[in-house]
Design a protein around this ligand. Structure first.
Ligand code: UD1
Ligand code: MG
Length: 434
């Protein structure tokens, strides 16, 4: 049994945001949820340390337990206040920072494996620009002697390339003993989590550093770093999608969400955006400049170019949704077609139905939403307005330009438009009386 304490009480001043830093999104979900997902296979219990007034964050990490750090007295203090929630816990405990969402499960596995061979294991990296990171000071035997914070480091220590990533792991009784003895007599007047390393060594215990790539261990402090993290996550998601059998013709221009599911032989053309909750089945093609969210695209369907699928869209097998077509809570049966300039909201379209250009479901009366039902094989003429609630029967036809306010029976033709009147000669401009 292992536990993780995730520190997320900081407001993240450098984000210049009204939200807590770890609530900022990466690939469609808060960064803290990426970290929780990486932790889930390794740690059976997770406690998140939040700041005062961060109810939204507490809700986002539920069902994991949270504890509020009232005063921001340092990373060591934050870890210590999680102790009562892990009272009597005898396994290993890792402490992680919520602003480190790129860590992979594989790296966490290496950390806990290293902890089996030492009393304390930590993650370290060699960043291109070590900047303000804490430096990992090794002794002659290759063990970690201590970590020195940048603010407290000498010039010589600042020249050390090995940096502290901010993840430590030790047996719970050790860790909480070290944490309770921390002092804050340093440059920043904070209780440093990093001082547990020196505490372990003072007791003659073994310490070790596990190195991992900077791309995984980089912290996020600004929106610039947030964008860099997004780029890293996107490239991982695109790679996984392609290795899973989807073709991305211009991967760099496609935005995926953390949960996008693309089946084998799906083709995604350039500049497509997947917001969360999208599943695309085998052989479907998502053409350029389409935007999809919370929807299902069934096998061999064709979407776009320039289509918008909003939550609740379900496009049937082999169906076509063309340019400038918007779907919301709309089920299209197999082989149905809506190819041009159409809004379909709160609608069920039967198999093989054809929705003409410019068709609009008038689903909202200003107060309530109403449903439209279109039967199998129906033909909706161009520029039909379907005033919901309304049903068009199977194989029925609506004449172009109709405003359909009443149900149309099966096999019927509905015409609901003004009759045309031709006035001979009246096309010529009336001549001025001279
Ligand atoms: C910390 C490490 C540093 C390491 C770096 C890696 C310490 C003392 N220093 O520095 O060695 O190189 O991370 O990114 O640990 N937090 C709380 N409560 C607090 C203080 C912080 O919850 O009282 C949380 C923050 O929300 C954040 C995390 O702990 O998620 C790290 O705090 P931060 O202030 O960013 O530490 P760094 O100065 O980056
Ligand atoms: Mg930081």
């Amino acid at each position: 049994m292992r536990a993780a304490i995730i520190l997320a009480a900081g407001q993240g001043t450098r984000m210049r945001s009204s939200q807590p830093k770890v609530m900022h999104h990466l690939a469609g979900r808060p960064m803290v949820q990426h970290l929780l997902a990486a932790c889930a296979p390794v740690f059976q219990r997770i406690v998140v340390v939040v700041g005062p007034g961060m109810e939204e964050l507490a809700a986002a990490v539920a069902p994991h337990a949270t504890v509020v750090q009232q005063e921001r007295l340092g990373t060591g203090h934050a870890a210590r206040i999680a102790a009562p929630l892990l009272e009597g816990f005898g396994g290993d405990v890792a402490v992680l920072y919520g602003d480190n969402p790129l860590i992979t499960t594989a790296t966490l596995e290496r950390l806990v494996a290293a902890r089996d061979a030492a009393d304390l294991a930590l993650l370290a990296m060699r960043p291109a620009e070590p900047g303000r990171y804490g430096r990992v000071v090794l002794d002659g035997a290759g063990q970690v002697a201590r970590i020195v914070e940048h603010a407290d480091a000498t010039e010589e220590e600042r020249a050390i390339p090995l940096c502290n990533a901010g993840v430590v792991c030790a047996a719970a009784p050790h860790l909480f003993r070290w944490l309770s003895a921390l002092r804050n007599d340093n440059r920043q007047g904070e209780y440093y989590l990093t001082d547990v390393v020196a505490a372990a060594r003072a007791e003659g215990l073994r310490t070790t550093a596990v190195e991992a790539p900077e791309a995984e261990l980089r912290g996020i402090n600004t929106r610039v770093e947030l964008a860099a993290a997004e780029a890293e996550i996107q490239s991982r998601l695109r790679e996984a999608a392609m290795l899973g059998g989807a073709t991305l013709t211009d991967p760099g221009s496609v935005t995926l969400a953390w949960d996008t599911r693309l089946a084998p032989d799906v083709v995604v053309e350039p500049h497509v955006v997947f917001a969360p909750g999208v599943m695309v089945e085998e052989g479907a093609r998502i053409r350029a400049f389409s935007h999809l969210e919370g929807c299902v695209v069934r096998a061999n369907a064709i979407i776009g170019p320039y289509a918008r699928l909003r939550p609740g869209a379900d496009v049937g097998q082999g169906a076509h949704v063309g340019n400038f077509v918007e779907l919301k809570a709309a089920t299209l049966g197999p082989g149905a077609k809506a190819n041009h300039l159409t809004y379909l909201g709160d609608v069920t379209v039967g198999a093989g139905a054809n929705i003409g250009a410019g068709t609009i479901t008038c689903n909202y009366d200003g107060v309530n939403k109403h449903r439209t039902e279109i039967g199998e094989g129906a033909f909706i003429g161009s520029d039909t307005a379907l005033v919901a609630p309304v049903r068009v029967g199977a194989r029925a036809i609506t004449a172009a330009g109709s405003v359909i306010t009443e149900d149309v029976p099966e096999d019927a033709l509905a015409i609901a438009r003004g009759r045309q009147a031709n006035k001979p000669g009246r096309g010529v401009k009336p001549r001025r009386k001279s």
